[in-house]
Design a protein around this ligand. Structure first.
Ligand code: DGJ
Length: 751
């Protein structure tokens, strides 16, 4: 029988139609494997207040289970009132102020979390499923559980509320409870929605020897991004911290609303500030997603770093005091301890020393009343001796040609003289001119076939590799074994990553940046287990690793390689907006200054260095007797008040960004003692005479004896006398600072 072509075509079409749904069913089957729609019942609004003594973050799970941020500000008595607040700005074209916005649903802004699933879909919508609150001492932790209603992705938002310090730290735990891996494209630590008429963002930028420059910009619509993609030395450009002033055009010290934030992460970071069409601002902060899509295996949890927030109604001053108090109690390793004054060998000797040079420096340091000697770069490597920065990194054995008696000899000599002893290492790095580079080329960060760019003649070691982590731990450990008298390690890190890549990670290069940073933290955890009492300084060509992630393990930072006292005014002012003075290493160096060529009086240099952790970094032999006598006086008096610098509350009296003077003071918590630093940084017209500073933080009703310290010639008529706190705070304090680099320091004691 002849085949009917029409019947044939109908048959073919039917077969096709049958096939199409079965292909669809196939796909649906694959999706059903990973995607299960879970009914999250709508319910009542649940108000979740996260509170400190004076502040409150109010999160509300709305009836539709979407979690929103409705308040971050002063604490109100009944936060349940926020349960009835309507967010009129929710619309068909977007969503309300979501507590943790995700890519998906109606949310169209920059997401805190963006997940790509195995089937290629990108949507996540998180719904509230419950929360817990628990308390440990002064910290109240709230854990809020969220879940996507289709996939098995679960998110926990964790808020630690530090009661007395008025600080809230938040991080996020992302659990892939499904049975296929997912890709985390963006995974911020947290999101904060803020509503105001005007937002002034103050953030910090810079480079080598000019860290923590300050920018203040009024935010306009769109997104402002502060990011670092440098891998190492991440804060040698931007710092992962900010001050957000609300409803003002100026950063104000004592007035107005300020939210301060800082991310505890020493790797690539990203903070974004998105001002949307409703004039609402969303702040996101976390690990930078740059080249870091993170594959989360089935059953695995990713824990983001902490984002630290504080809220102040009394300007930047109170915001800093809150952050500093939190840092001293919880955020800085050994916070609350007084770290010793020291002489560091770098600017005084560079690579050019013998045992004799070091012993003489130790003698001089002891003679001036300093408490520690730190041997900087140049003491190690034999085959490729470290006599300049072009060789030796990686070969951590003592260069006995240079120091035939070894390190223990020098360290013991320091101890005999009553000094502690510290030593420099740079364990994350390697010079091509080293045995390490020859023996372990696979440990060097590199990308196959690409140029291995050198910077300061060195390469970066691949800390994502556990074998390299062991090596780096070993560098610290072995160095500590060189002498039983090592009290302090200066940990340096002098370059950024270029052409990133890890042989160890193989096809998983997206993990490099995150695992490098986690690698450092693994090493530091091991170090702290074995060496809980060693003081460790975090240096990265100066302030290249200044963040609260590093400070969990390090006692202090080398604030900047720029030791010029005038540059330090700006660097220390801005650093101290976020980080406490106890971590700011500040050294008196020679003039003309080696970085800037600037010449400042020794007194000015001391008065600046004394407002942080005081040290010296010069060849003491080059000081005149008169200069030595002043140094003695400054060091002696520093010991009398340094507990205030380390643990007091800071009050800034004049910002160097606002005029010709800089002034600040540290006040004891009981307001009985204080130290005041005042500086003239620019010639300002002699007719002005004594500039009036208003002291702050004192008890107005108390009488204070005011003593001038570090005196070359007396600069205030009122020194040596007793004055009322209110007089000092209302206009009676006018030290005579007539010329550029005039400075004066005063010690106050309540009678
Ligand atoms: C950079 C540091 O910041 C300096 O203080 C000094 O330690 C040098 N490295 C040594 O190479």
């Amino acid at each position: 029988m002849k085949k009917n072509p029409i019947v044939g075509a109908i048959f073919l079409m039917a077969a096709f139609l049958l096939l199409v749904p079965s292909a669809q069913a196939q796909k649906t089957k694959k999706k059903a494997y990973e995607h299960t729609v879970v009914e999250i019942p709508a319910g009542q609004r649940t108000v979740i207040p996260v509170e400190t003594e004076h502040t409150q973050l109010v999160l509300v799970a709305q009836a539709n289970r979407v979690l929103q941020t409705l308040h971050y500000g002063n604490r109100i008595a009944d936060p349940q009132a926020f349960g009835s607040l309507r967010t009129f700005r929710d619309s068909g074209n977007g969503s309300g102020p979501m507590a943790f916005p995700t890519a998906g649903g109606k949310y169209l802004g920059e997401p805190a979390l963006h997940v790509k699933y195995t089937d290629g879909y990108h949507n996540t919508e998180l719904y509230y499923t419950g929360h817990d609150v628990h308390r440990s001492g002064d910290v109240v932790t709230t854990e809020i559980r969220l879940k996507d209603y289709v996939t098995q992705l679960e998110v926990k938002l964790v808020y630690d509320a530090y009661q007395k310090e008025d600080v809230i730290c938040t991080h996020t735990e992302i659990l892939n409870a499904g049975n296929l891996p997912v890709e985390l494209v963006q995974y911020a630590s947290g999101s904060l929605y803020v509503e105001a008429d005007r937002y002034l963002l103050t953030h910090f930028h810079g480079g080598w020897a000019f860290e923590m420059g300050m920018d203040s910009d009024i935010l306009t619509h769109g997104t402002k991004v502060i990011e670092s993609r440098r891998g190492t030395q991440v804060t040698q450009c931007n710092n992962p911290s900010f001050l957000l002033s609300l409803n003002t055009d100026r950063l104000q010290e004592n007035e107005g609303e300020v939210i301060a934030g800082a991310l505890a992460w020493s790797g690539n970071f990203r903070m974004s500030f998105e001002l949307d069409e409703s004039d609402r601002l969303n702040v996101l902060a976390g690990i930078s997603p740059h080249a870091s899509a993170y594959t989360l295996a089935s059953g695995a949890t990713f824990v983001t770093p902490d984002m630290i927030y504080t809220y102040s109604r009394r300007g930047a001053g109170q915001a800093s005091r809150n952050l500093h108090a939190w840092a001293r109690h919880y955020g800085v390793y050994g916070g609350g301890n007084i770290n010793p004054t020291l002489l560091n060998s770098w600017e005084g000797a560079y690579f050019n020393f013998t045992t004799e040079t070091l012993l003489r420096m130790i003698d001089d340091a002891a003679g001036m009343g300093l408490e520690m000697f730190v041997l900087d770069d140049g003491w190690f490597a034999k085959d490729f001796p470290r006599n300049s920065d072009n060789a030796g990194l990686g070969d951590w054995e003592v260069n006995t040609d240079k120091l035939p008696e070894g390190i223990d000899y020098v360290a013991s000599y320091a101890h005999e003289k009553g000094l502690r002893f510290g030593i420099w290492i740079e364990p994350e790095m390697v010079n091509p001119q080293s045995n390490l580079a020859r023996n372990h080329p696979e440990w060097v960060v590199q990308s196959p076939g690409r140029e291995m760019y050198q910077s300061r003649n060195q390469w970066v070691l691949d800390l994502s590799n556990p074998a390299v982590q062991d090596f780096v731990f070993g560098v610290f450990d072995n160095t500590m074994q060189l002498s039983g008298n090592i009290d302090y390690i200066k940990w340096d890190c002098n370059r950024t990553v270029a052409n990133f890549g890890s042989e160890y990670l193989d096809a998983d290069q997206d993990r490099f940046y995150v695992e490098y940073t986690q690698g450092i933290y693994n090493v530091m955890r091991r170090i702290r287990e074995k060496y809980p009492d060693t003081i460790v300084q975090c240096c990265s060509s100066g302030g290249g690793r200044v963040d609260y992630g590093a400070l969990k393990y390090f006692n202090e930072i080398w604030t900047s390689d720029n030791t010029d006292a005038l540059s330090r005014v700006y660097i220390q002012y801005a650093t101290n907006l976020i980080y406490p003075a106890c971590v700011m290493a500040s050294h008196v160096s020679a003039v003309p200054n080696h970085q800037t060529g600037n010449v400042t009086p020794l007194k000015f240099r001391f008065d600046i260095a004394c407002s942080g952790r005081l040290g010296m970094e010069l060849q003491p032999r080059n000081l005149t007797d008169r200069e030595k006598a002043l140094a003695d006086r400054c060091i002696q008096s520093y010991k009398q008040y340094r507990d205030l610098v380390f643990n007091g509350d800071v009050y800034r009296l004049a910002s160097p960004y606002d005029g010709d003077f800089y002034a600040l003071m540290y006040v004891s918590q009981d307001r009985k003692r204080a130290v005041v630093f005042t500086y003239c940084i620019k010639y300002q017209n002699r007719a002005v005479g004594g500039h009036v500073f208003r002291m702050d933080g004192l008890d107005p009703g108390k009488q204070y004896k005011v003593t001038e310290l570090n005196v070359d010639r007396s600069r205030w008529w009122g020194s040596g006398k007793v004055h009322a706190g209110d007089f000092l705070m209302e206009g009676g304090f006018n030290p005579l600072l007539l010329q550029t680099f005039d400075s004066a320091v005063f010690y106050l004691e309540a009678q």
